[in-house]
Write a protein that binds this ligand. Structure first.
Ligand SMILES: *[C@@H]1O[C@H](CO)[C@@H](O)[C@H](O)[C@H]1NC(C)=O
Ligand SMILES: *[C@@H]1O[C@H](CO)[C@@H](O)[C@H](O)[C@H]1NC(C)=O
Ligand SMILES: *[C@@H]1O[C@H](CO)[C@@H](O)[C@H](O)[C@H]1NC(C)=O
Ligand SMILES: *[C@@H]1O[C@H](CO)[C@@H](O)[C@H](O)[C@H]1NC(C)=O
Ligand SMILES: *[C@@H]1O[C@H](CO)[C@@H](O)[C@H](O)[C@H]1NC(C)=O
Length: 239
């Protein structure tokens, strides 16, 4: 019997992987709650219902005649709304993105009665310029890229034509498992907050805080930079 049950479970898992049933996409902002419903009313008193996350981890087990059992990792994060077999998962984090399935184990059959693909979107980022120190031929700034639960600070030095990020690109994995990157592309500072399913960004043009870097200068390549180094600061670079 155990072997048989295993086989049935495998078949069900296989069905989930092949995506034959309708998967409901759900988008949730980080920190918010989501309620997951089952999509059938044909239950029997002795049915067992399992809510699974990404197939192999179990959130909640409904056993006939007992209170629903919440798995240790989800303790305190699950609530039960009125609707039978529905679950509310609270305070979603990026790592909660994935597929939630409700599996009904009846006396004669096992079936999937709900399948929701939950996408937890990363929180927005903000790029701020903390300080600028500027002279006629150089401009240095300190920038911070911050998000809800993490931040990165970096120093950028510029001459009149090019900018350089001290220590190169900076990155960090946030407590919620997303990645935060602060990097320079020519004279644009970029900050990108991303996880497997979504990303947000903020950018800053250094030319806006450092007048030494004119729009034209930013486009010059290194060869031109060398040629231009003889030209004085107040003159504009004209062809
Ligand atoms: C900017 O930083 C560079 C290198 O650290 C330094 O040589 C230059 O004097 C600095 N310029 C200003 C205006 O602080
Ligand atoms: C941000 O990072 C993600 C993941 O690496 C990437 O897919 C996306 O294109 C990046 N966005 C920008 C604007 O660079
Ligand atoms: C995010 O990145 C895209 C692509 O590089 C850019 O077009 C957009 O302006 C950026 N968003 C912000 C808020 O800077
Ligand atoms: C950065 O500068 C290089 C050479 O100066 C240029 O080829 C490239 O298109 C620039 N990239 C962006 C994103 O502006
Ligand atoms: C610098 O450029 C300006 C504008 O082109 C010009 O009037 C000035 O004489 C130049 N100064 C020097 C020292 O070359």
């Amino acid at each position: 019997l155990l072997v048989y049950l295993e086989l049935v479970t495998l078949c069900v898992v296989f069905t989930v992987f092949t995506g034959s049933s309708a998967v409901t996409p759900v988008f949730v902002q980080k920190g918010k709650d989501v309620t997951l419903d089952v999509m059938t009313d044909g239950f029997h008193e002795d049915d067992i219902v399992l809510w699974r996350f990404n197939i192999n981890s179990i959130l909640v087990r409904y056993i006939p005649g007992k209170e629903p059992v919440v798995s240790d990792v989800y303790t305190g994060r699950v609530e039960f709304p009125q609707k039978k077999y529905s679950v509310t998962l609270k305070n979603l984090q990026e790592s909660d993105s994935g597929v939630y399935t409700a599996q009904l184990i009846g006396s004669a059959e096992v079936q999937i009665v709900a399948e929701h693909k939950v996408t937890v979107q990363v929180s927005p980022v903000k790029l701020t310029v903390d300080s600028v120190s500027s002279s006629s031929d150089s401009c240095n700034l300190t920038v911070t890229c911050s998000t809800q639960d993490s931040d990165i600070t970096s120093r950028v030095t510029c001459d009149t034509t090019t900018c350089h990020q001290e220590g190169g690109e900076r990155s960090k994995v946030t407590t919620s498992g997303a990645s935060l990157r602060l990097y320079l592309v020519n004279s644009t500072i970029n900050c990108n907050h991303s996880n497997q399913v979504s990303w947000t960004n903020d950018t800053n043009e250094i030319g806006q805080v450092c007048p030494q870097l004119t729009g034209k200068n930013q486009k010059q390549n290194n060869k031109l930079t060398a040629m231009l180094s003889g030209i004085n600061q107040t003159s504009s670079v004209s062809n």
